[in-house]
Ligand binder design. Structure first.
Ligand SMILES: *[C@@H]1O[C@H](CO)[C@@H](O)[C@H](O)[C@H]1NC(C)=O
Ligand SMILES: *[C@@H]1O[C@H](CO)[C@@H](O)[C@H](O)[C@H]1NC(C)=O
Ligand SMILES: *[C@@H]1O[C@H](CO)[C@@H](O)[C@H](O)[C@H]1NC(C)=O
Ligand SMILES: *[C@@H]1O[C@H](CO)[C@@H](O)[C@H](O)[C@H]1NC(C)=O
Ligand SMILES: *[C@@H]1O[C@H](CO)[C@@H](O)[C@H](O)[C@H]1NC(C)=O
Ligand SMILES: *[C@@H]1O[C@H](CO)[C@@H](O)[C@H](O)[C@H]1NC(C)=O
Ligand SMILES: *[C@@H]1O[C@H](CO)[C@@H](O)[C@H](O)[C@H]1NC(C)=O
Ligand SMILES: *[C@@H]1O[C@H](CO)[C@@H](O)[C@H](O)[C@H]1NC(C)=O
Length: 326
């Protein structure tokens, strides 16, 4: 027993260390559209921008916004600001609000005198411009980031990945929850499971969403070539896959009016005793030992696997490319 708790503490320590060193993925785009914030027009633009960002930020934690909101500030076309946020489909309103609030601070620091800016995080993206971007699939800039480690069995990996991604594209495009979001998982080998996600901003039509995701998927051979984890992000849609579960459990049906309680990290389901009692005839001590030991072993293995899977986040490498394609 003591041995086991020592082992567990060690594992916990390893896990904590790898959590501390993990990088939070963020990408931004705000080049070549500077304005002078001191000019009369610039001051009005700045005022509108601040109003836009505070409106978006205060709406991000509202469950009624469903993780997405677009807004326009100002009336004079010469200084109107258009903006939106979109939270990842599995993220609850609280986390969405925090992410957008954080993005609002970062975007003002990083792109303070830019008319157009985009910022993308694990949990959300935030975007504004002096031109309307609503309901348009914009794939003009490619953000790519990948794990520098490769999959061990490329052929199998690419087959599983490709099947998953195609499903995700059509599922997200036709997502009835209004989030244009889909996740999928599949066995890649006996010990490894592949987890993937795709999402469009929900203002896109189904057709535009599917095209956008297909376009992102077509970038996989270029940027994600056999990588164990990878992300392709456009302004209007993004895909991601990893060998660990990087999203919260999503039930097939959308959770009813998701409460503001933050969802706990996924934990292995507690072994229930209802099945065994239903089998009748009582369960012998030997069987119980035989079940309990493998379960605790499985949990230990799970924790180890979880920590190991988390660690490769460090060597993530990111790149941004413009294609000029809209
Ligand atoms: C900025 O934009 C102008 C015109 O739109 C272009 O000629 C110039 O090359 C751009 N500069 C950079 C650094 O992208
Ligand atoms: C938006 O800003 C860019 C660069 O600052 C400018 O070239 C463009 O004309 C502006 N668009 C509108 C609709 O004002
Ligand atoms: C925008 O900000 C950058 C860096 O802070 C500065 O170099 C540049 O002159 C500013 N441009 C305008 C038009 O104010
Ligand atoms: C804007 O005004 C502030 C002070 O009023 C000054 O410090 C800053 O350099 C000015 N920036 C530009 C781009 O003119
Ligand atoms: C949300 O957006 C609306 C405008 O659509 C705005 O009036 C309101 O103040 C924002 N914030 C909250 C918390 O509702
Ligand atoms: C939000 O976007 C839609 C188009 O998708 C547009 O019709 C609507 O006016 C936008 N709302 C605001 C507040 O800008
Ligand atoms: C992964 O494979 C690529 C070629 O596809 C190679 O350049 C790279 O060095 C490999 N990385 C590792 C960590 O083996
Ligand atoms: C077994 O399950 C029943 C209900 O199914 C519950 O009342 C009981 O407390 C459980 N026993 C243990 C040891 O968990």
């Amino acid at each position: 027993m003591i041995y086991r708790s020592v082992l567990f503490s060690c594992l916990l320590l390893i896990c904590l260390i790898s959590f501390n060193t993990r990088l939070i993925y963020a990408d931004y785009w705000c080049v070549n559209t500077t304005y002078n914030p001191n000019s009369t027009a610039g001051r009005m633009y700045t005022d509108n921008l601040n109003f836009l960002l505070s409106t978006l930020s205060s709406n991000a934690s509202l469950a009624s916004r469903n993780g997405f909101y677009n807004f326009t500030a100002g009336h004079d076309p010469s200084n109107m600001v258009y903006g939106l946020f979109d939270c990842r489909g599995d993220v609850n309103p609280d986390a969405c609000g925090r992410c957008v609030a954080n993005a609002r601070g970062d975007i003002l620091k990083t792109c303070w005198n830019q008319t157009t800016a985009f910022m993308s995080y694990d949990d959300c993206l935030l975007r504004y411009s002096n031109e309307s971007m609503f309901s348009r699939a914009d794939q003009s800039v490619t953000f790519a980031a990948w794990n520098t480690q490769n999959a061990t069995d490329p052929d199998k990996f690419n087959q599983v990945l490709s099947d998953m991604m195609n499903d995700i594209a059509s599922q997200a495009a036709n997502d009835r929850s209004g989030k244009k979001f889909a996740v999928k998982e599949a066995d890649y080998s006996t010990f490894q499971r592949l987890y993937a996600l795709g999402q469009c901003t929900p203002d896109l039509s189904s057709l535009d969403c599917e095209n956008c995701l297909s376009n992102a998927i077509s970038q996989i051979p270029t940027f994600c070539n056999n990588r164990r984890g990878c992300r392709i992000t456009f302004f209007s849609c993004n895909i991601r896959y990893e060998l660990y579960k990087f999203y919260n459990s999503v039930s097939p049906a959308p959770e009813p009016a998701s409460s503001s309680s933050s969802s706990p990290p996924p934990s292995p389901p507690p072994p229930s005793n209802s099945t065994s009692s239903e089998e009748g005839g009582g369960i012998s001590t030997q069987t119980i030992v035989a079940i309990v030991v493998p379960i605790s072993l499985a949990i230990v293995l799970l924790v180890v696997g979880f920590c190991i899977a988390r660690r490769p986040r460090k060597p993530y490498f990111a790149i941004i490319e413009t294609s000029g394609k809209l």
